[in-house]
Design a protein around this ligand. Structure first.
Ligand code: FAD
Length: 448
């Protein structure tokens, strides 16, 4: 069916991927776009929570999801379009806290067996290597190079003689995304996460003092959503695809010509008339659960961001917080980031927060709210990657007028989610298909 600007397009999920798709479609001239979300708010895993009134010292906001605003030309374009302030809230630099010794150091100053010369060589080599995976015209895992990188990431670091980089950056990568899965996660996921660093200038790369939006990270999505046709609080019960696509919830029934699914694909096979290929691919997806625990704490230093030293050869229980920081300097409100496995209880999560606070010299911990729990990092096994699962997934795009754009196709992070969604729209909905590499001039793509 030839694509028309009058096509009725349904988008499931009103967070960074769905809202970017809607925004880019409207820019191309599509007018009949409906966004549907199961929750009663937009933003998905970008979730800014007001915990206090704004004062001269604090914004009174903490981030329940997306912590850092990482560079992306699309972010820049939308921030300008929607009048987001150019002054940012800069987070403290990341430091590594070693539970065993009590030592705190910058990531690149961690205790290590490598000589200074070897460390410098590795840092230079690593950032050069990362530049292969930073291209904007290759979003998600479309790049066939990922198919042969199907080893778990510790092997990749060993093969590339980057042992020091693993010591310096993997505690941060594990805190950010992989938790206790480091040993089994395929290297493309780790490399792509770290490749986001290559978009930053050198001081930021070394210090990792990243920004947040002054208004709270969710505000950009609130403003974009306010200009689109939105149905919130709608749990999808059924998706039936024939000549048109019928999407049903308990109270609504929509008929679309095309559907962009930005919610998890595991949910898609639960409600849709999935084909055997969709069912086979999506049933292979693995996920991980993580929690965000925000507390009022007495006795800790102000303006800190610590990642706890953790790698597969310095293991910590899944439920131990791997990162913590003060949400606003002087607020005494700190967020903690543990992961969860099948056996983790809320009590265990809270006890581990208290234990970490005690080890850092804190005296009193009061929970601000119940822990927020997220299912995330949809990914495939190294074997599936090696067998070309992403190529199969790309072949699915557009079949039965259905498209998928989410953390599985894009990779974790808001920039990746936005860039994959924008690229998908360019590839399948533009009368003159192009790729992001053509949309954004090279100077836009280089590190800032
Ligand atoms: C704790 C935490 C910290 C993070 N830190 C960072 C960071 O520092 N920097 C960064 O760039 N990224 C960070 N991320 C990752 C980033 O938030 C996500 O990668 C990004 O938000 C994914 O966007 P998305 O639109 O693909 O999916 P989501 O944000 O997950 O949105 C999916 C949307 O679909 C809706 N939905 C789900 N299921 C259904 C259904 N069945 N029917 C209808 N709607 C449904 C959801 O309600 C949601 O609105 C963090 C995430 C978490 C949880």
């Amino acid at each position: 069916m030839e694509i028309q600007h009058s096509d009725r397009i349904g988008i499931v999920g009103a967070a960074c991927a769905g809202l970017t798709a809607a925004e880019e479609l409207r820019d191309l001239g599509y007018q009949n776009i409906t966004l549907i979300d199961a929750k009663n708010r937009i933003g998905g895993k970008t979730y800014s929570i007001q915990y206090a009134d704004r004062s001269s010292q604090t914004r009174g906001i903490y981030e329940g999801g997306t912590v850092w605003v990482l560079p992306s030309p699309l972010y820049k374009k939308y921030k300008k379009r929607y009048g987001i302030s150019t002054t940012q809230h800069i987070m403290p630099p990341v430091q590594i806290f070693d539970l065993a010794t009590g030592k705190i150091s910058s990531p690149f100053l961690v205790q290590s067996q490598y000589s200074l010369l070897s460390k410098v060589r590795q840092v230079t080599k690593f950032f050069r290597e990362l530049s292969k995976y930073t291209r904007y015209d290759n979003p998600g895992y479309i790049n066939p190079a990922y198919r042969i990188m199907n080893e778990p990431s510790p092997q990749w670091f060993a093969q590339n003689d980057l042992g020091f980089i693993r010591e310096a950056l993997i505690p941060i990568a594990n805190a950010a995304q992989f938790g206790h899965l480091e040993e089994e996660v395929a290297s493309p996921y780790v490399i792509r996460l770290l490749a986001l660093l290559n978009r930053c200038n050198l001081p930021k790369k070394l210090l990792l003092n990243m920004p947040q939006l002054q208004e709270g990270n969710q505000e950009l999505w609130n403003r974009i959503a306010a200009t689109h046709n939105l149905c919130l609080g709608q749990t999808i019960k059924r998706v039936t695809r024939g000549k048109t696509i019928i999407v049903e919830t308990a109270s609504h029934h929509w008929e679309f010509d095309r559907l962009i699914w930005t919610a998890p694909v595991e949910d898609f096979i639960g409600v849709a008339d999935a084909s055997p290929e969709e069912r086979d691919i999506f049933s292979r997806v693995r996920t991980i659960k993580r929690a965000v625990i925000t507390c009022q704490v007495e006795g800790l230093p102000s303006n800190i961001f610590y990642c706890v030293r953790n790698t597969f050869n310095h293991p910590l229980p899944a439920s131990y917080p791997l990162a913590m920081y003060e949400v606003d300097p002087g607020s005494k409100v700190y967020s903690f980031y543990p992961f969860m496995d099948e056996t983790t209880t809320i009590e265990e999560l809270e006890n581990n927060v208290v234990d970490l606070v005690k080890k850092l010299g804190g005296t009193e911990v009061k929970l601000l709210t119940q822990p927020l729990i997220w299912r995330w990092f949809s990914h495939f096994s190294p074997q599936d990657l090696g067998n070309g699962i992403y190529e199969r997934l790309e072949v699915l795009q557009g079949s039965q007028n259905t498209y998928f754009s989410n953390e599985l196709t894009a990779g974790v992070s808001v920039p990746y989610g936005m860039e994959y969604a924008a690229d998908l729209v360019q590839r399948f909905f533009s009368q003159r298909p192009s790729s992001l590499g053509q949309i954004f001039p090279e100077k836009e793509l280089s590190a800032r």
